[in-house]
Design a protein. Structure first.
Length: 278
């Protein structure tokens, strides 16, 4: 089974040639600096929401600082101070106002669900696998007592997408398929919490959005399964591209070493949903 992530699908949508370099030929890309502050913030929030308090007692700021001290031990002092500032602001906005504590359904959980996608050669069986930062129960639908879920993702960069664009996020349709399979519940709200900007982009998921997101995601999968060419597609994504050195759109004679052969059919959708990048 080939891991096929939401990042992988977006790479194909932006530039099929970049997809070929990375996933088909498996060429070494330009190394990118890992966001150490973002990783530490995710780790601290994971521990915060595992608060071991009794009953409905809220987490304390002392516990928050303990979580951050453990998560930030390897950071530079400036990042340690900045991270604590962001977490304390998060605490005051999202935890201190609560009247009682209700633990999340899952923290940095994993999702897995089967999926069949049509292909000219026949149906292809896929496996959706995903991770998320936090999943919470909402009040059930009164008409039919259906369980409803709220998905929360932490972002450590600045917001750079409008809410309308966010609603059409490629990952949304894949979230919904996997969550319905795992929890027999409906995903009805998604929130992106931008820690540095102290901003929340949140929206209710409608049936129309679910259909549009799923259709878009599955359409990309079908295109990827049937593609025979890998054209270059120039755009803003070119500047940070880790494979620009190999691209014929930027170099007359790019150095392209021999890569691994293309993988056989049979795909695994693996969604890396907890990356701390925006």
């Amino acid at each position: 089974m080939i891991p096929l992530s939401a990042t992988r699908l977006l790479t194909f949508a932006h530039c099929p040639r970049a997809y070929q370099f990375r996933y088909e030929l498996k060429l070494p890309g330009r190394p990118l600096r890992a966001p150490q502050l973002g990783l530490a913030l995710h780790q601290a929030l994971r521990q915060l929401y595992r608060w071991p308090g009794l009953g409905n007692e809220l987490p304390t700021q002392t516990f928050l600082r303990t979580c951050w001290a453990a998560a930030s031990a390897q950071l530079e002092p400036t990042d340690q101070r900045r991270g604590l500032e962001l977490l304390e602001r998060y605490f005051q906005r999202h935890i201190a106002p609560l009247s009682t504590w209700r633990p999340p359904l899952a923290i940095e959980g994993k999702l897995k669900a089967p999926l069949l996608v049509s292909d000219p050669a026949g149906a292809v069986e896929l496996t959706i696998e995903g991770r998320y930062d936090r999943l919470e129960f909402l009040e059930p639908e009164q008409r039919n007592n259906t369980a409803r879920l709220h998905l929360i993702e932490y972002k450590t960069g600045q917001p750079h997408r409008s809410l309308d664009t966010l609603k059409l996020d490629l990952q949304l349709g894949l979230y919904q398929i996997a969550i319905r399979h795992r929890y027999q519940a409906a995903l009805v709200r998604v929130s992106h919490l931008y820690l540095a900007a102290d901003e929340v982009l949140s929206y209710a998921v409608t049936p129309e959005q679910e259909t549009a997101s799923r259709t878009y995601a599955m359409g990309l999968v079908e295109q990827l399964l049937s593609t025979e060419t890998w054209p270059c597609a120039l755009g803003q994504h070119c500047r940070p591209c880790a494979y620009r050195a190999y691209c014929p759109a930027w170099h007359d004679s790019p150095p392209v070493p021999t890569g691994a052969p293309a993988s056989p059919p049979g795909l695994q959708l693996s969604l890396p949903l907890t990356t701390p990048t925006p």
